[in-house]
Design a protein around this ligand. Structure first.
Ligand code: PAF
Length: 281
């Protein structure tokens, strides 16, 4: 595996892959890698002849300075995992390499970015669009891989791709979970042992909500059940739980309002913000 730290070198390396007629897969990450990220890499390796993984904690997508400062950074361990997973290039730029000038672009991300994480984390999705569009421009991959844990992020990135006219396929990959059901996340390492013990209650409540809905209960009652169940667990507080049209991200008031519906949740477990989701149908 090559570790590349500059944009020029990255462009040259990718140009070589393309000269060799190789399809290129890109897996954008912020590092602190776990088995969830490796499942994206495995899928990219299966689909593409060359795989580039970026490891970059993108400051423009953090609306909370403390979250940026405490975001886990584990470069050495990340490189070992990527090497083992058979990655061709790990792109690990500095902030000044990615942003030689401040990025002042504002993306018109539309309704998909105006709900849930949009109002909760002002500027977050614009920052994601900035960094991902830069990476797409540098690598021009055939396919790019994202985890469905960040369900709304995928819809936002699809919208950015449409606006910018990138010619690539966005591949959404299923959430990877620990045996007890907790969605894998780089933030899980910040949970205390007590918080880690109760954190699987999030997915348990989502599954309970899905069964409850399947038994004929309304959207409003399902939302109340999931929210109340989680709020009754020590350390936990639901920030939002929305049931949305899985394509448009718009909240549904009635199950008949969507062909595909997803429940998206954010929960504070102590001061760690965890997100998860479940597909209802
Ligand atoms: O999902 C993430 O880890 C980040 O938002 C991404 C897509 C790597 C952009 O920084």
């Amino acid at each position: 595996m090559e570790i590349i730290r500059t944009v020029d070198e990255l462009r040259q390396r990718v140009a070589k892959f393309k000269e060799q007629g190789k399809t290129v897969g890109l897996v954008p990450t912020m590092g602190a890698l776990h088995a969830g990220h490796i499942s994206l890499v495995d899928k990219a390796r299966h689909d593409c002849q060359a795989v580039v993984v970026s490891v970059f904690v993108n400051p423009t997508q953090f609306n909370n300075q403390n979250d940026l400062l405490t975001y886990p950074r584990t470069e050495e361990a990340d490189c070992a995992l990527l090497e083992k997973a058979g990655v061709d290039v790990a792109f690990i730029p500095s902030v000044s390499e990615m942003y030689p000038q401040p990025d002042t672009r504002t993306f018109d991300l539309g309704p998909v970015a105006e709900v849930m994480e949009g109002p909760m984390r002002p500027g977050h999705f614009n920052g994601v669009a900035q960094v991902v569009s830069k990476l797409f421009d540098m690598v021009r991959p055939n396919r790019a891989y994202f985890g469905e844990k960040d369900f709304q992020q995928i819809a936002v990135i699809r919208r950015m791709v449409e606006i910018e006219g990138f010619d690539l396929e966005i591949v959404a990959c299923p959430i990877k979970r620990h045996d007890d059901g907790l969605a894998m996340s780089s933030r899980n390492v910040r949970l205390t042992p007590e918080q880690r013990r109760v954190a699987p209650e999030i997915y348990k409540a989502l599954r309970l909500g899905k069964e409850f809905a399947a038994a004929g209960h309304s959207v409003a009652d399902t939302k109340a059940l999931v929210t109340d169940t989680i709020n009754s667990v020590p350390y936990m507080e639901v920030e939002y739980f929305e049931i949305v049209n899985a394509e448009t991200m718009q909240p549904v008031a009635d199950w008949a309002d969507a062909n595909h519906a997803a429940g998206c949740i954010t929960v504070y477990c102590g001061d760690v913000r965890l997100i998860d989701n479940i597909i209802f149908f």
